[in-house]
Write a protein that binds this ligand. Structure first.
Ligand SMILES: C[S@@+](CC[C@H](N)C(=O)[O-])C[C@H]1O[C@@H](n2cnc3c(N)ncnc32)[C@H](O)[C@@H]1O
Length: 269
């Protein structure tokens, strides 16, 4: 079994993604999408960016390694009557079902960064995007003080060391590594641009209950709780995460609204 697939099928990312919809919609508005634009959403989850791109008239294919999220994306598209949006299973490290130069825009928001073999991922994104097209990545940034990097940092202190040769997904948040990966794929450094962006996690629940969502439905956090449990440290992990979510919460009405900084990578193919 592919451990990458197992990790993401373990939980139910739709429960987390439900609080990320507004930022997904905002991000899509400046992708230059017009009716008929061919869009690939890689590591699409249940369509936080794919669905609003389709609402703008793009022809959207969402590709994700997790079969439960592919099914959830297709259900969302169907519920909205979006015949121009479909989801299928695939691995960002090897997009063997997709033809060369097939897409005007390849977007991957906290998606392809989680695939193994980052050089293969960059090569595949460059291959399936047409010359003159664009790749837009959203990547979390290692050691950033905002939410997601801090969740991962706290979680890793409770988890066993990664296997030999493991390349952290967070390396996609380091500009030099991103440039090197696209360089190997034949994209010159001057065609790779970087910006900081903000994604907001918004839930009609207090922060402690949002931690519960991550504990019960977000694969990486589920694994951290499993490891903490084996060492009798479940309460410590929970306490640290609740303190983090509460400290970063900007909602004044008992709900949760937490901004998180990401690296936006735009590649001109
Ligand atoms: C943090 S979620 C983000 C989902 C979506 N892009 C969003 O913004 O809601 C990461 C996604 O990447 C997918 N993923 C992880 N590894 C992958 C791979 N090798 N190929 C394709 N998708 C992958 C996961 O299944 C999951 O849906």
């Amino acid at each position: 079994m592919n451990p990458n697939k197992t990790l993401w099928e373990k939980g139910d990312f739709t429960r987390i993604a439900a609080g990320m919809r507004r930022s997904g919609e905002e991000l899509v508005t400046d992708l230059g999408i017009r009716p008929g634009t061919q869009v690939l959403d890689l590591g699409s989850g249940d369509g936080t960016t794919a669905v609003p791109a389709a609402r703008l008239g793009a022809e959207v294919l969402g590709v994700d390694i997790a079969s439960n999220l592919v099914a959830a994306g297709n259900a969302r598209a169907q519920a909205e009557g979006l015949e121009n949006c479909r989801f299928q299973e695939g691995d960002a490290s090897n997009l063997e079902d997709l033809e060369d130069d097939a897409f005007d825009v390849t977007v991957t928001i906290f998606g392809a960064m989680f695939a193994p073999k980052p050089f293969d991922v960059a090569g595949e994104m460059a291959r399936v995007t047409r010359p003159g097209g664009r790749i837009v990545m959203g990547n979390w940034i290692p050691d950033d003080p905002t939410l997601v990097a801090q969740i991962l940092k706290i979680s890793s202190a409770y988890s066993p060391p990664p296997p030999e040769g493991f390349v952290s997904p967070m390396t996609w948040g380091v500009e030099q590594q991103v440039t090197e990966r696209f360089g190997e794929a034949g994209v010159p450094a001057e065609n790779v641009a970087f910006q900081r962006g903000t994604y907001r996690f918004e839930y009609p629940l207090p922060p402690a209950e949002v931690v519960g969502l991550f504990r019960d439905y977000y694969g990486p956090t589920m694994n951290a709780f499993a490891a903490a449990g084996e060492n009798g440290r479940t309460a410590d992990l929970e306490h640290e995460l609740v303190a983090l979510f509460e400290a970063q919460n900007e909602s004044a009405n008992g709900a949760t609204s937490i901004p998180a900084t990401f690296l936006r990578v735009t590649v001109s193919v």
